[in-house]
Design a protein around this ligand. Structure first.
Ligand code: NDP
Ligand code: PYC
Length: 338
């Protein structure tokens, strides 16, 4: 049983910005990162909430990131928005390009944002939910480091490669999912290690390629994709779409670039956006109702929609004014300011 502490919502952002600025990030980078981390923590996303401050600080110590550089949005008259993060953290680049992505999607019906040369550590759902909040459907993907073996292999080639999708709904929280294409996110395995808990079967192999439930052996060996060859194929697609397609690094290349310094992977990100007004031949209301019948039939069976747990956590934590997080993590983060 992991001992937890209650942390007031105001403290999340303040603790995060204080740690990041002390670590060497500029005020604007610290603000963008802290907004992401406290948003995730509010929704009880433990693996990509304030826990990821440790990865951000390790990235700074690794010496390859520029904690002050500002992204540049490149001019273009096509449906593609290109943002050069110039070796900084991804989140300011997303903020810089998102308004133009939304504008171009409304103009063309479909548009894409390619972010290049960014360090990336975060969840993707807050990004695709900016699109669904604007009435658009969004799909985002990134590679990471080559920690994950392809189906049938036993050596890390692929990243944990998250895929996120969000679909706008009238007067409701959106339909959103966001998951690693590895069976477990690496952050989740790190949390198992910290909690002293064994992994479930089928998540990883050790350095000799034997199945393991030991989190440290999994981190030292290779992680496995979810769904066997199906998750493996999706993961390869993400390598291609957020790597060579947008002229950026694969997870293997990101790992080589890191030269063992640890911290966040360095690569690109692609975000695709779709405007239902352009696709639905003017029958948006009919198509909204069709989507709602689909969701209703799922819920009717007692199944839940992805992100339902997250939205419930947000409502609960907002109402009570605090989140719960592992006491050891909170103590470790607080000690970083001593
Ligand atoms: P999870 O396995 O925790 O959850 C994946 C998704 O499935 C969520 O949308 C979740 O909704 C939903 N879900 C879970 N259980 C059910 C269920 N029983 N029925 C329906 N839906 C369900 O995600 P991961 O651990 O794989 O990833 C966690 C985060 O890590 C993601 O935000 C991802 O972006 C991030 N990540 C980032 C990486 C990077 O390189 N930047 C790499 C890998 C991961 P709910 O939240 O409501 O439970
Ligand atoms: O949890 O797999 C992960 C991860 C990689 C980069 C950031 N998070």
């Amino acid at each position: 049983m992991v001992e937890s502490v209650q942390v007031e919502l105001d403290e999340l952002y303040a603790l995060s910005t204080a740690i990041l600025t002390r670590s060497g990030f500029s005020g604007v980078h610290a603000a963008a990162i802290s907004k992401m981390l406290s948003t995730c923590q509010l929704d009880d996303c433990q693996s990509h909430g304030l826990f990821r401050l440790l990865m951000c600080c390790q990235t700074m110590r690794g010496g390859k990131i520029d904690g002050h550089i500002l992204p540049v949005v490149e001019a273009s008259d096509s449906a593609i928005v290109r943002v050069d993060a110039r070796g900084g953290m991804s989140l300011l680049a997303v903020e810089a390009g998102m308004p133009l992505l939304i504008e171009k999607t409304r103009t063309y019906g479909i548009a894409a944002m390619a972010i290049n040369r960014c360090f990336h550590f975060s969840a993707l759902w807050p990004e695709v939910e900016q699109l669904s909040a604007a009435g658009l459907a969004g799909l985002a993907m990134v590679p990471s480091h080559s920690w994950v073996a392809p189906a049938g292999g036993k050596r890390g080639t692929l990243g944990t490669n998250p895929l996120a999708f969000s679909w706008p709904r009238q007067n409701q929280t959106p339909f959103t999912f966001d998951f690693a294409t590895s069976g477990f996110a690496r952050g989740e395995i790190e949390l198992y290690l910290r909690a002293g808990k064994p992994l479930p079967e089928g998540v990883a192999v050790d350095a000799e390629g034997n199945p393991t439930t030991d989190p440290q052996a999994a981190l030292d060996g290779a992680m496995l994709t979810f769904g066997g060859y199906k998750g493996s194929a999706l993961s390869i697609m993400i390598e291609l779409m957020a790597g060579p397609l947008i002229d950026d690094l694969t997870s293997m290349e990101s790992m080589a670039f890191a030269e063992g310094t640890g911290g966040a992977p360095y690569h690109g990100e692609i975000i695709l956006a779709f405007d239902p007004d352009h696709f639905s031949g003017g029958r948006v209301a009919d198509n909204d109702a069709r989507a709602e019948r689909l969701f209703a039939d799922i819920l009717d069976q007692g199944a839940r929609l992805p992100s339902q747990r997250r939205f419930e956590a947000r409502a609960r934590n907002t109402a009570r004014g605090y989140v719960e997080m592992p006491a050891a993590l909170h103590a470790e983060l607080s000690a970083m300011l001593d």
